[in-house]
Ligand binder design. Sequence first.
Ligand code: CUA
Length: 334
Amino acid sequence: MGHFLVVGILVIVVAVLTYFGLDAVGLMPVQASAQSVSIDWLWNWEIIAISFLFSLIVVPMIYSLIVFRRKKGETGDGEHIEGNTPLEIGWTVVPLLIVLVFAYMGAYSLGDIRRADPDALVINVKAQQWVWTFEYPEYGIISKELHLPLNQQVVLKMQSTDVIHSFWVPEFRIKQDVVPGRVTEYRITPTLIGDYKVRCAELCGSSHYSMESPVIVDSQADYDAWITAQSAIAAEAAKTPEGQGQLLTVRNGCIGCHSVDGARMTGPTWFGLYGENVELADGSTVVADDAYLAESILNPQAKEVAGFAPTVMPPFALSETEIANIVAYLKTLK
Ligand code: CUA
């Protein structure tokens, strides 16, 4: 009986130390959404269970290795034990109860984070290789940044134009796949003003690692100011061909792969591109004029630029006017 008492006390002590040790590591980032409270509550109970089970296995094992090791001169076999019915019932029923309790807690937490506010703000999200685009349908705004107002439930209606992506903001805790051919929803109520980042959490191709966009939680006043400013920019841009072209490059996600400032991304930069000689993968050169740029949008693989991964860009079925507007925009980038 003495051994059981000692091991029992050691199991509890080690479990408590393991729990506080894991807690001190700070495994989770800050809580920035109402939903994260429920998820962290569940996570905390799981860490408690994990700490206890770890201790329950490791402590008796190490205790037995040390206390019951073979003494010098001991050559006989150990005591033969033929089953133990109460113990077997115990280690079947107790884990079953624990699993059922956790199933209930998981379902409770899932119900909590899925609770829908009928007045939730709708934002459309488009995922494509390798860029996120955010549309605010009420205001006609297209943005490469996701701005969210504080303490208001938002429902993201997410669609993919190509492969499976996954919308993941660790501070919000929730992660949701974006699957081609259907609309998936992501509900969140931001509760902490700050700058975060959405990362794609599904391996989606060669530039998956760079599929990140800013997520900014604003106070209501800052959010309203941003909406007003973006609406004004969009209205102003829509008046000129180059402005419309720029909006098209955001709407179609072009800027996920092409920089406008000379920085190297997945595709060639547009900065100073118009009118320049472009070296192609086959060793020839071509002048970046209207015809070349139009061809490269409609049929990107016709003339591939040297030094970039081939066949990465999908064709974009844009109208002649839209292409002319984009080319007009590219002319301004110098
Ligand atoms: Cu999209 Cu990884």
